[in-house]
Design a protein around this ligand. Structure first.
Ligand code: SF4
Ligand code: SF4
Length: 176
């Protein structure tokens, strides 16, 4: 029976030196380097006006501006008396595709409001930042306008945001 074999082209001596490939790599790197270098000098001297060279952002010291409408970490809004605006209607945990919102509701002492959240947790470790919770909320109690997009932790528990934290979170200075 004939065996299936993966045919591999044997490299000749010059190919095994990889000299041509090394020179090709250096040519590509050098081309980009000198093009950007000359472009920046040209712009600094006012010779080049329309085009610009590549700009490296020195992250994390320097960050890109967050565009309008960008979905960042959540916050919950308060009423004028400081109580949560959320009426624990359960729309957001129902629509959440990542099943990462947990709410425990209780009867509100205010007769005009049926319920309020005693517990409100969002597990950011699972959240896919889809924004469905914001869209589903009938009372505009949840928003994703904090501008906080850098979320890292060494412990999974740190990704769980709780009611007080969500209520105390502030919107970004330049609202998104
Ligand atoms: S942004 Fe999407 S995934 Fe995250 S909590 Fe809201 S509905 Fe769930
Ligand atoms: S949809 Fe709005 S009101 Fe309803 S539970 Fe979620 S945050 Fe609260």
């Amino acid at each position: 029976m004939k065996k299936d074999r993966i045919s591999q082209k044997r490299l000749n001596f010059p190919e095994r030196l990889y000299l041509a490939e090394i020179l090709r790599g250096l040519w590509i790197t050098g081309k980009h380097f000198f093009r950007n270098f000359l472009m920046h000098i040209g712009r600094a001297l006012g010779v080049v006006k329309k085009r610009r060279g590549a700009v490296t952002i020195q992250y994390p010291e320097e960050c890109r501006p967050i565009p309008a409408g960008y979905r960042a970490r959540h916050r919950l809004l308060r009423r004028e008396d400081g109580s949560p605006k959320c009426v624990a209607c359960m729309m957001c945990p129902t629509i959440c595709p990542a099943n990462c919102i947990h709410i425990r509701a209780a009867e509100s002492p205010d007769p005009t409001i049926e319920k309020y959240p005693v517990e409100f947790r969002i597990n950011l470790d699972r959240c896919v930042m889809c924004g469905f919770c914001v869209e589903a909320c009938p009372v505009d109690a949840i928003r994703m306008d904090t501008g906080v997009v850098e979320m890292s932790a060494s412990d999974r528990e740190e990704f769980v945001t709780v009611l007080d934290f969500l209520l105390d979170s502030k919107p970004a200075k330049n609202p998104v």
